[in-house]
Ligand binder design. Structure first.
Ligand SMILES: [Zn+2]
Length: 95
């Protein structure tokens, strides 16, 4: 395994994500829809599907507001280049 495989400048997953994802804080967490009624999301880079259904990704990294999601593979591949800060899930206060 070559773990130092950096994504190439022409990597197919690049779609201008640096405009909104560079230097943001990402939180490792279990997938949950951004708001009620949404049932899935896609990795911002490779398009892998997150949902609560069998066969889809259940865990990943999201922006603090839960709007943008990344799979673990893309997080690992682009984290140096995008200078992401790793955040922590803030547990919701009961009540
Ligand atoms: Zn991905």
């Amino acid at each position: 395994m070559d773990r130092a495989n950096k994504p190439l400048p022409n990597d197919w997953r690049r779609q201008g994500q640096e405009r909104y994802l560079r230097g943001v804080r990402l939180i490792p967490r279990a997938y949950r829809p951004y708001r009620p009624g949404w049932e899935h999301d896609h990795c911002e880079f490779c398009g892998a599907k997150f949902s609560c259904h069998e066969g889809d990704l259940k865990d990943g990294y999201s922006t603090e507001d839960g709007y943008h999601w990344l799979c673990a593979q893309c997080f690992a591949d682009f984290k140096d280049e995008f200078a992401w800060e790793l955040g922590e899930e803030v547990p919701e206060e009961p009540g």
